[in-house]
Design a protein around this ligand. Structure first.
Ligand code: ATP
Ligand code: MG
Length: 663
């Protein structure tokens, strides 16, 4: 991947272009650039080709039906998701590894496709025994162990909808989501390991479930065992191993309509009250399957690792359904990236596992990459990462500095990077390079997936010329789109389809360049209007983290009588590079330097009014920066909804810092 000439793209930054190597392209699942022209000219034909690669119990009679803003796909087609992920691989690759798992303390488990199939069938039979039927909802509140995936697949086998709640969420979040969808059963574990500590999931369930009137049974997987005391409620709670003790290794998959619901998943909550996103069977699986195949270029010999938790949509589509529908070998890890198998802090855990397991595809988030940058490159440098051949990023815009660090220190300038833009609502990836044919530029997610129609528009919904910043929209329905918000269709219509009638509004800012590449600029709500100019948080943050002392930055707009809004930057120093706490001279020097740095790079208009050096930023549990809470602090407002925050204590610290440092 050699960079060619520097080329300015808008004012995001002068950028380099990276081309896939001829060897990578030759062997890639897609190596014909024609795919874009062909599929964009006739998306329907492409969707049918993709769906036909799955196994259908009955073919569809009509491809789609569009009653704006409600879509149906593969009408009257019948299929089962779990049998597509398991049964159809048994003949050809039953003994191939399906899931390779490592626990935080270093314990390991491997399941072949045949073994995974048997475990899923047993658990599906267990759920049926508890009275779970097609259409019922099941809450899954599990650690990152194969049993989380088994529980999801078992639900899909019997036609129950799963609603996975991230295992780091509180009793309150669990309760709110479980009640919103009216789940009948909760599947959980006794506890799991995180940074050497035990997180008692069952205890949290015990706090929540008495307030969940629809929950009849709680199934408890024994992850930890005797080390943790688990009390069981008579008549309500049952151990996973007891439930499946004498169940059959076979379980007939339920024949599901393509439009039967598959799951509900609440969005990560960066912007407000979580929404219960509903996905259905045929369209969703088609998307998860085909995007995994073409974007991650997955092959039978790959060991593929998506670091997302199954509690996020990325875990649904790219830990479980996408790779298993492709018959791939999937790696899963239970714990923290900075904890060693010896039970001590260790910042090389990811690189150690990549070396030991020979992982070939890594899909992770910018927040992790920035944390690793902060720690320093010596950690990946101490491991052999030569098994890697493809890298991916998802969750937030990836800053060019982080992209280049990932490319150099993890990909060793050899691995293409797929920066994938999508959302819980879109079900699968929407904008991303196809790694064998698309040249990449740091921080551009490049092209809409073949057949997906994306545009950048202005406030009036008019298409913006190349190079102009605006609002991202999807102009045509696609098979893997959400169908509604569970229990609140009016919110579905209002949130996604009312801003620009007939177009899907994801809520993100973007720019399309002359080559048809898309640049994601952050959430529309986060974009600042300074003296009449739109300034994206992404651009300013990316410049700040290019400063050698800065590892991470969040920028917000604060109201200003003269300019409308002025930027305020919250920054975290790189380890060993920032001023010592209490060294006011050094802090002031850095403050002035950063303000000048931004002004010089992006223009005086972007000069931050305040720079707050902080130890932490408020983030969702999935690692996304919650700028709305920083805005609340800067504006002196009462803090908005903080239930999805990873660490509520962070805010108090920032508030105090803000009060003391604001000029
Ligand atoms: P909520 O909608 O409840 O506020 P959320 O938007 O954080 O939560 P997700 O669906 O997990 O929940 O995240 C999708 C959002 O993440 C996108 O709308 C976008 O803002 C951001 N995002 C994801 N991947 C990328 C990417 N590759 N580049 C830029 N932004 C991304
Ligand atoms: Mg969102």
């Amino acid at each position: 991947m050699a960079p060619d000439t520097e080329r300015p793209v808008s004012n995001v930054q002068a950028q380099q272009k990276f081309h896939p190597s001829p060897e990578f392209s030759r062997a890639a699942n897609v190596n014909d650039p024609e795919i874009y022209a062909r599929c964009n000219a006739n998306p329907d034909k492409f969707w049918e080709e993709c769906a036909l690669q799955l196994e259908w119990m009955k073919p569809w009679i009509q491809l789609s039906e569009w009653n704006p803003p409600h879509a149906k796909w593969f009408l009257d087609g019948k299929l089962n998701v779990s049998s597509n992920c398991l049964d159809r691989h048994l003949a050809g690759r039953g003994d191939q590894r399906a899931i390779i798992w490592e626990g935080e303390p270093g314990d390991q488990k491997t399941l072949t496709y045949r073994e995974l199939h048997a475990e899923v069938c047993r658990f599906a039979n267990g759920l049926r025994r508890l009275g779970v039927q097609k259409g019922d909802r099941v809450t899954i509140y599990m650690p990152m162990t194969p049993e989380g995936a088994i529980a999801m697949l078992a639900c899909s086998r019997i036609g129950a909808l799963h609603m996975v709640v991230f295992g780091g969420f509180s009793a309150e979040a669990l309760q709110e989501r479980t009640n919103d969808c009216g789940a009948k059963v909760v599947v959980t574990a006794d506890a799991y390991w995180r940074r050497g500590n035990l997180v008692g999931l069952k205890q949290i369930v015990d706090e929540a479930v008495p307030h969940c009137p629809t929950v009849e049974k709680v199934v408890v997987f024994q992850r930890v065992g005797a080390t943790v005391k688990t009390s069981m409620v008579e008549g309500r709670d049952i151990w996973w191993h007891d439930l499946i003790a004498d169940t059959s290794l076979e379980c007939d998959p339920e024949e599901m309509d393509a439009e039967d619901p598959l799951f509900i998943l609440y969005t990560s909550g960066s912007t407000g009250k979580p929404k219960g996103i509903l996905h259905t069977t045929g369209g969703y699986l088609t998307g998860a399957y085909i995007t995994t195949k073409l974007i991650f270029d997955i092959k039978p010999e790959d060991l593929y690792w998506c670091t997302a938790d199954i509690g996020w949509v990325t875990g649904h589509s790219y830990v479980v359904y996408g790779p298993l529908a492709n018959g791939a070998q999937v790696f899963m890890y239970e714990g923290s990236p900075d904890w060693s198998t010896e039970g001590k802090p260790g910042r090389d855990r990811f690189w150690d596992m990549i070396e030991r397991h020979k992982i070939s595809i890594l899909y992770t988030a910018p927040t992790l990459i920035r944390a690793c940058m902060k720690w320093g490159e010596e950690y990946p440098a101490s491991h052999d990462l030569s098994s890697l051949r493809l890298l991916g990023s998802v969750g937030e815009p990836i800053n060019p500095e982080a992209w280049l660090w990932y490319h150099k220190h993890i990909g060793h300038e050899r691995c293409p990077i797929v920066d994938t833009w999508w959302q819980t609502e879109t079900g699968s990836i929407m904008i991303s390079p196809l790694p064998g044919i698309v040249s990449t530029t740091p921080a551009s997610a490049t092209k809409p997936f073949p057949g997906i129609k994306a545009e950048v528009v202005n406030e009036k919904g008019e298409r913006q010329p190349a190079g102009q910043k605006g609002i991202l929209v999807i102009t045509q329905p696609w098979p893997w789109m959400l169908r509604t918000i569970w229990g609140d269709d009016a919110r579905y219509v209002k949130t996604y389809w009312s801003r620009f009638p007939g177009m899907y509004f994801p809520g993100d800012g973007a720019m399309e360049d002359e080559d048809g590449n898309f640049w994601l600029l952050g959430r529309v709500d986060d974009i600042m209007l300074v003296a009449g100019h739109n300034i994206s948080t992404m651009e300013m943050e990316s410049v700040l983290i290019e400063h050698p002392a800065i590892a991470e930055a969040a920028v917000i707009g604060k109201p200003d009588d003269v300019k409308g809004q002025v930027p305020v930057a919250f920054v975290i120093a790189r380890e060993g590079h920032g001023p010592k706490p209490g060294d006011h001279d050094a802090i002031h020097k850095l403050d002035a330097e950063l303000k000048d740095y931004v002004a010089k790079r992006l223009g005086v208009i972007c000069r931050p009014a305040d720079v707050i050096l902080t130890a932490d930023l408020p983030k969702t549990r999935s690692g996304k920066i919650m700028r709305r809470l920083l805005r609340d602090i800067a504006e002196g407002h009462i803090l908005g909804d903080t239930t999805t925050l990873a660490d509520p204590d962070v805010l108090a610290g920032i508030k105090e810092k803000y009060a003391s440092e604001e000029d």
